[in-house]
Design a protein around this ligand. Sequence first.
Ligand code: ATP
Length: 293
Amino acid sequence: MLQVQGLTRRFGEKTAVDAVSFDVPSGKMTGFVGANGAGKTTTMRMIMGVLTAQSGEVLLDGRPVTAGDRSSFGYMPEERGLYPKQPILDQLVYLGQLHRMTQGDARSRAQELLERFQLGDRGKDKLESLSLGNQQRVQIAASLLHRPSVLILDEPFSGLDPVAVDSMVDLLREHTEQGVPILFSSHQLDLVDRLCDNLVVLQKGRLVTSGTGDELRAAAPRRHRITVSPDAGWVREEPGVTVIDVAGQDAVVELADDDAAQRLLTNALARGPVHEFSRIRPSLSEIYRGVSQ
Ligand code: ATP
């Protein structure tokens, strides 16, 4: 498991990341979300050691992460680092060798990854001759090349078409199945919902919430949907009930506690047929929206 503990980074007067702590569990995909400028990239740079933290530390399996550990991490930085004028395969092989792979292993792994991204026949092409989405696929291949022990990916899905997203998701799942902790930032909340076991939310440099989907759902407001005949308007008057939305027979409400839920149901049954009364299980993106208001 990777653990971030109290990481802080200031730029002049501005505190970009303020005592941020969270876990990235092994074998799990952790989504890192927050508005532009929230501090995600700065945090990832500190995890990778490309930016020094003014305080706090990063732990791997309970002990401070070393340069040696970091050399086995896979990192996809925000400013993509490959050379536009170099042939793709040569660059990947070179990067693999920097990670102490043999030339032969690096070449076969690079070719395998390019094929996974439908770029198997483009290895001799210069990076700049590829579309932006395909350049992005090569960047992803670069971060996965050396079979990393930890993956830190800054906006890995931006600019990818749906087929490339699916290939990327398959590849990442293969890594989590082998126990690799993955932290990825994204503004695409549908992908966060689809992929994440864990969520970390930053706002203006501070941690707003973090945890597994189940932990975050347990802490989220308890919302219920109720559908009654002939009309649900009366729920507005119920004690312990905050109405989120009422339209005709349907209402979405937030309930103070279990008693309020039982009272609401009893009163609804006394008024007529109840067609639905169910707890709404919030998605991770709804939880994010809820805590970011
Ligand atoms: P985005 O979603 O837009 O990529 P982010 O959450 O990754 O945003 P950061 O890039 O970490 O946010 O930026 C956090 C804050 O720190 C911003 O206000 C940014 O302007 C500031 N910042 C980041 N790097 C530097 C730097 N090298 N010098 C000065 N300020 C910086």
